[in-house]
Design a protein around this ligand. Structure first.
Ligand SMILES: Nc1ncnc2c1ncn2[C@@H]1O[C@H](COP(=O)(O)OP(=O)(O)OP(=O)(O)O)[C@@H](O)[C@H]1O
Ligand SMILES: [Mg+2]
Length: 233
């Protein structure tokens, strides 16, 4: 099967090679769990492979975002000049919170192959009810069937044993959950793939770290081995 690489070292091993072409993935987690960084690595991976990418930021100003990427060693402006990455700020005002509009025309004209929406959560507030939200998200996914689509979303409850599933969990093809696990006073970042339609994947929880150049997942380790082995130095 034709797999696409996520750009996150170790994550493609959990997906047993990568993710299916044209699939839709949602990355969920609490604040500061690494959602935006993962999304950034995903879009840069496409650019490195010559696949133009569109990054839609719902809440962060683009200049702040460029600086954030730079702090992780990613020169977004270089890719923007090469027309390999397009950054768009989703204009959100109280009056215009109703629909998740993606610039489909830009996607077509620039032959965009990867799209990120960071994050989906804001749009929950723009619709009247759960049904309206579900329809919006489904339309969004269907509109982006020709590209590899990754959205991030906030997880309201970060306790892995007590997760509540939200409407979007049923609509995306795949879900990656980012969290932290705790052993006494020690926290460790951990991740798992809770579903990926149409392909086999590892189902366990794996530790990861955020280094100065982004996320690295350790698919051969179990949580807390990183602390013991000194990986986190
Ligand atoms: N240069 C860096 N080196 C190491 N860790 C970093 C670095 N930059 C950020 N981090 C870690 O990454 C976390 C933020 O990651 P990210 O912005 O991807 O989170 P997020 O899940 O998008 O959060 P939010 O929901 O608030 O947007 C920080 O809280 C910090 O722990
Ligand atoms: Mg973020």
């Amino acid at each position: 099967m034709d797999f696409e690489k996520t750009g996150v070292p170790g994550l493609d091993e959990i997906f047993k090679g990568g993710i299916r072409k044209n699939s839709s993935i949602i990355v969920k987690g609490g604040p500061g769990t690494g959602k935006t960084i993962l999304a950034l690595q995903f879009i840069v991976e496409g650019a490195k492979r010559g696949q133009p990418g569109l990054f839609i930021s719902a809440e962060e100003e683009l200049d702040d975002f460029r600086l954030y990427a730079k702090s992780l060693g990613i020169d977004l402006e270089k890719y923007e000049k090469q027309k390999l990455i397009f950054l768009v700020k989703q204009p959100v005002t109280l009056k215009r919170l109703i629909s998740i509009s993606v610039p489909l025309e830009l996607i077509r004209s620039k032959k965009v192959k990867r799209v990120v929406l960071d994050s989906l959560t804001l749009f929950k507030y723009g619709v009247e009810n759960e049904l309206g939200y579900r329809k919006e998200v489904l339309d969004l996914i269907n509109n982006l069937r020709e590209v590899l689509f990754l959205a991030t979303a906030e997880e309201t409850n970060n306790n892995l044993d007590d997760l509540e599933c939200a409407a979007e969990d049923y609509l995306f093809d795949g879900i990656v959950r980012l969290t932290k696990v705790r052993d006494a006073n020690v926290f460790e970042r951990a991740l798992y793939v809770s579903k990926m339609r149409g392909q086999d994947h590892l189902i366990n929880i794996f530790p990861f770290i955020i280094k100065k150049n982004g996320i690295e997942v350790y698919p051969k380790e179990i949580p807390f081995t990183l602390v013991k082995k000194g990986f986190r130095k």
